[in-house]
Design a protein around this ligand. Structure first.
Ligand SMILES: NC(=O)c1ccc[n+]([C@@H]2O[C@H](COP(=O)([O-])OP(=O)(O)OC[C@H]3O[C@@H](n4cnc5c(N)ncnc54)[C@H](OP(=O)(O)O)[C@@H]3O)[C@@H](O)[C@H]2O)c1
Length: 297
């Protein structure tokens, strides 16, 4: 039997690289890249904002499923680029998936919510308060419009233990330069290990769930607690430069409580999505080394 083809958009990204690894276990993987390269897997270069290219590539590859991770995240491009990639690009992917009869699992975010009505059920209507959140909420809408069966995976901050996540890397760079880093003590998220999320995305290919589905780590924690835990895990000396700050005072549009109810995804996938303390404790158990302290909020 020919293995089924799974197309992973954003294969060169932090999450996409882990999705490629997880998908390799269940099918023949092809990844899309844009500006970067990825070795060890078949890749095609495509700009998702180019509708004709997306259709041509998807038609040529004829995947059984597409796992759509590509996006422009906050700080990675101006609002126009973010909108073109996140909204137009996602529409192109969903239309192309429909054209070849491919299953589509797409990555969304907890930031489609404004943080005033947590914990959010899977089907909570988006209420974004940031430009990024608005682009991802519109991406959700256009994908479902193009292909009603699309699963929209709303997730939280993504990190892993074999490569520093972008947020922590940014904090580390500022600390190394002797700059202060302010971490929000009034913003609550449910960080998820990228490897866990990648495995869930691949498993969802075989689950019929149209529309939004929350997939996030089990432990709600403040952005400050998460930031400090990651800096400690990577052995970064905070040099007394990390400050506790309140988003309410310095960045009022930041959604503050983004807890997600993930019980349905746990049930559908028959697995748990461990929280940060549990992931770090398990890593410590496996390595036999002493763990960094996980600060509690
Ligand atoms: N990181 C988080 O904490 C977080 C939290 C919630 C949700 N998410 C969502 O998770 C997904 C993955 O995020 P990530 O952090 O892994 O992102 P990332 O590391 O920044 O990777 C983004 C990917 O998108 C690709 N891309 C960007 N512009 C493109 C374009 N015009 N055409 C084609 N591909 C393009 C990039 O390709 P090149 O590198 O080749 O240019 C890269 O592979 C996104 O949908 C994001 O919204 C992330």
């Amino acid at each position: 039997m020919t293995p089924r083809r799974i197309l992973v958009t954003g294969a060169s990204g932090y999450l996409g690289r882990r999705v490629v690894r997880a998908a390799a276990g269940v099918g023949e993987v092809v990844g899309t890249v844009h500006r970067n390269v990825l070795d060890g897997v078949e890749t095609v270069v495509v700009d998702l904002t180019d509708r004709a290219s997306v259709h041509r590539i998807v038609k040529a590859i004829r995947p059984a499923a597409i796992i759509h991770t590509a996006a422009v995240n906050p700080g990675r491009g101006d609002e126009g680029t973010m909108w073109r990639v996140n909204v137009d690009g996602s529409r192109h992917v969903a239309e192309a998936a429909r054209a070849v009869g491919a299953r589509l699992v797409a990555v969304s975010t907890d930031v489609v919510h404004d943080g005033t009505a947590a914990p959010y059920p899977d089907d909570a209507r988006p209420s974004p308060s940031t430009g990024y959140g608005r682009s991802k909420a519109e991406a959700e809408r256009v994908m479902v419009e193009a292909l009603a069966s699309t699963t929209l995976v709303r997730t939280s901050l993504v990190y892993d233990l074999d490569e520093m996540d972008r947020g922590t890397a940014g904090f580390a760079a500022r600390l190394a330069a002797g700059e202060e880093v302010g971490l929000f003590s009034d913003v609550v998220r449910q960080p998820i290990r990228a490897e866990t999320l990648a495995e869930a995305l691949v498993a969802l290919v075989d689950v019929d769930h149209p529309g939004p589905l929350n997939v996030a780590g089990a432990e709600p924690m403040t952005r400050e607690a998460f930031g400090r835990a990651m800096l400690a895990f990577w052995g970064i000396d905070d040099r007394g430069l990390v400050r506790s700050v309140r988003a309410a005072e310095v960045a009022p549009s930041t959604p503050r409580d983004l807890r997600l109810d993930c019980r349905l995804a746990e049930m559908l996938l028959d697995r748990r999505f461990p929280g940060v303390a549990e992931v770090l404790a398990e890593a410590e158990r496996l390595s036999g080394a002493s763990p960094p302290e996980t600060p509690r909020a």
